[in-house]
Design a protein around this ligand. Structure first.
Ligand code: PSU
Ligand code: MN
Length: 301
């Protein structure tokens, strides 16, 4: 395992010295945002984390290795490579064994972060139970990973293109505490509101830190999901978003999009329908999550 995980110097040193480190995923770069704003955002989010006094560790699979902390050159290679695999738990070893480039989803990033000794991970939105899952069985491996791997994931909640009530039910079944930050309501990614109460609410990084310290006594308890609402100024309100999401899902159904292609396709369709506004919101919420994750990481050192 030691040979499979390649931490860059900055991450290796921070982990050795017990400094705060925040993991970042790479599917958001390769499958979640268009070039070149994907790379600009990846760099911006890394510098947001540094500005809060933590070290960013962007995770991806390259040349048969789990890379933890990418150089500028690695990031460019990944963002511009064709045929980058979207890697969740089921795909991780396939990408490593074949030497393919793999972007890690929330699930695979949690696995890699845990192997590297990183406890906090910032992203945009998690995968969940898709609408119509009672027919398609499309339930993201992110939920299973949250149930088994002890990493705290800071997200902006679940996208309203998922079935949010069913997603909450599965998280509860798998024993994952879901904590809304600074609000009682579960945020819905582009929108601050979902119409659903969050199971729990906390108001400071310190409170979240104390929960995570408590969970260290229970190493088989899996992960924690933080749902941090997008800043007010950057949100697209729920009633407006619903129309775009329904239209994008209709398009995906009409074109027969299935399985792991659904989320990237729907995100792309929403980008067109909102004339790019959804991307600005997406970037704002990822940056907001990265800053909170860095503050939580500081509580754990
Ligand atoms: N949400 C976004 N952008 C993304 C994803 C989610 O706004 O790129 C990615 C994350 O990597 C997440 C994955 O883990 O989609 C979920 O995919 P699936 O539903 O196929 O498990
Ligand atoms: Mn899926």
């Amino acid at each position: 395992m030691k040979d499979l995980i390649v931490c860059n110097d900055e991450v290796r040193q921070a982990l050795a010295e017990g400094k705060p480190v925040v993991a970042l995923e790479s599917t958001i770069i390769t499958h979640g945002m268009p070039f070149p704003r994907n790379v600009e955002t990846a760099r911006q989010v890394e510098s947001d984390i540094r500005a809060e006094g933590a070290v960013p560790a962007t995770i991806a699979l390259m040349d048969g290795k789990i890379m933890v902390g990418l150089s500028d050159a690695d990031l460019d290679r990944l963002a511009q490579a064709e045929d980058v695999m979207k890697c969740s738990r089921a795909d991780l070893t396939f990408a490593l064994a074949t030497g393919r480039y793999g972007a890690t989803t929330v699930a695979a990033t949690m696995m890699a972060a845990h192997l590297a000794g990183i406890q906090i991970f910032a992203t945009g939105g998690i995968g969940g139970v898709h609408k119509g899952a009672e027919e398609t069985f499309d339930v993201s491996a992110d939920l299973d990973e949250l149930g088994r791997t002890p990493v705290c994931v800071v997200s902006a909640g679940a996208k309203a293109l998922l079935d949010i009530p069913k997603t909450l039910e599965v998280l509860e079944t798998k024993g994952v505490p879901v904590i809304a930050f600074g609000t009682q309501e579960l945020p819905a990614f582009w929108s601050r509101e979902s119409g659903l109460a969050a199971p729990y609410s906390m108001n400071s990084a310190e409170e979240i830190g104390s929960l995570l310290k408590m969970r260290r006594n229970f190493p088989d308890h899996g992960g924690v999901l933080i749902a941090n609402p997008v800043p007010e100024a950057d949100q697209i309100p729920r009633n407006e978003m619903t129309g775009y999401i329904d239209e994008a899902i209709r398009k995906a159904d009409a074109e027969g999009i299935k399985g792991k292609d659904v989320t990237p396709f729907v995100l792309g369709a929403i980008l067109d329908l909102t004339k790019g506004r959804s991307l600005d919101t997406n970037i704002a919420l990822v940056r907001n999550n990265a800053r909170l994750a860095a503050r939580i990481a500081a509580e754990l050192v």
